[in-house]
Ligand binder design. Structure first.
Ligand SMILES: O=C(O)C1=C[C@@H](OP(=O)(O)O)[C@@H](O)[C@H](O)C1
Ligand SMILES: C=C(OP(=O)(O)O)C(=O)O
Length: 310
């Protein structure tokens, strides 16, 4: 967490009169906030490195005294803004959007019962495993046409690669067709699934090039470098640039220990590679606890399960 850049959010909060002090390095955790409510007002924000600067401020908006007007100059991971706005409205917030300006009224929130969708980012590992085949199909119920999460679009990427994908009102099914094509894909909106795609990319019949994912370099680890490092350990040819990765077809070869860098998504992604690569182990398998503490048990059961899994 100490590596993660927070500067734009810090600047915005200080501009709103919040007394925020960083404990070690300016613009990084840890931090201390002394506050007695926030008056609100207008601000300009660069969310080109993380949508979480914007969503944090949006969530604050209803709780300010006078409301917030936030004008965004750049933005990544836009579906996370959409899901935040939808959920805020479900809890009684009023947000207007005109172009790149979000105006949040000081309504407060109303408590209610709320059903949380199954996690689409986590589903990506099982969808990717289904696309790898052979003869596999995976259905995730409760994650279908009405889903709010942008990461469900990962299923569209698998469709472009040749998998059979059905998104219905009740859920989503991915089925292998025996074909996995290479492609060039922009993952700016769905970058948490970049490692999932990288991990199955060697099995495609042509290069897989993933573009516009610079912000994956400032996640739990530098995910572009971590994917490249681990694919190379498995004997795969990989090229990377500031915001892209290109993975060439090949047969990943173990045994190999995946360098996880403490990142849950690196473990879960390379577990999918492990379905077709004997001898993959992890230097820190337990780091999946961030989002999926029982991942290894569930994935082992999946590995041995019937080919049609719900
Ligand atoms: O709002 C959120 O919970 C998230 C927003 C995205 O982050 P960035 O906008 O920082 O890319 C996403 O990658 C992250 O996993 C979760
Ligand atoms: C929460 C995640 O990402 P971030 O570190 O961007 O919050 C995640 O990868 O699940």
């Amino acid at each position: 967490m100490r590596r993660r850049p927070l500067g734009p959010l810090t600047t915005a909060l200080r501009g709103l009169g919040v007394d925020l002090r960083h404990g070690a390095r300016e613009g990084h955790h840890p931090l201390t906030v002394h506050a007695d409510g926030v008056e609100g007002g207008a601000l300009t924000l660069d969310a080109g490195q993380s949508s979480q600067y914007l969503t944090a401020l949006l969530l604050l908006g209803p709780l300010t005294a006078g409301g917030l007007d936030i004008t965004v100059t750049d933005l990544v991971s836009e579906p996370y803004v959409e899901i935040t706005l939808a959920m805020m409205r479900d809890f009684g917030a009023e947000v207007r959007q005109e172009g790149r300006t979000y105006s949040v009224a000081p309504t407060g929130y109303r408590a209610r019962t709320y059903a949380v969708e199954p996690d689409a980012s986590t589903a990506s590992y099982f969808f990717a495993a289904a696309a790898l085949g052979p003869g596999r199909s995976v259905t995730v119920p409760g994650l279908g046409t009405g889903a709010l999460q942008g990461d469900l679009a990962f299923a569209d990427v698998l469709r472009r690669m040749g998998a059979e994908v059905t998104v219905g009102a009740e859920g989503t099914t991915v089925r292998s067709t025996g074909t996995l094509r290479g492609l060039t894909v922009n993952m700016r909106d769905i970058s948490d699934t970049m490692p999932t795609l990288a991990a199955i990319a060697p099995f495609a019949d042509g290069p897989v090039r993933i573009e516009d994912v610079a912000n994956t370099r400032v996640k739990e680890c530098d995910r572009l470098d971590a994917c490249a490092e681990n694919l190379r350990r498995l004997g795969i040819t990989v090229r990377t640039g500031p915001d892209w990765i290109e993975i060439h077809p090949g047969t990943p070869t173990g045994p190999a220990t995946i360098a996880t860098h403490g990142d849950h998504r690196i473990v879960m992604s390379f577990a999918v590679t492990g379905l077709r690569t004997p001898g993959i182990t992890f230097d820190d398998p337990g780091c999946v606890k961030k989002t999926f503490p029982r991942f290894h048990q569930v994935f082992d059961a999946f590995r041995g399960a019937a080919p049609d899994l719900t």
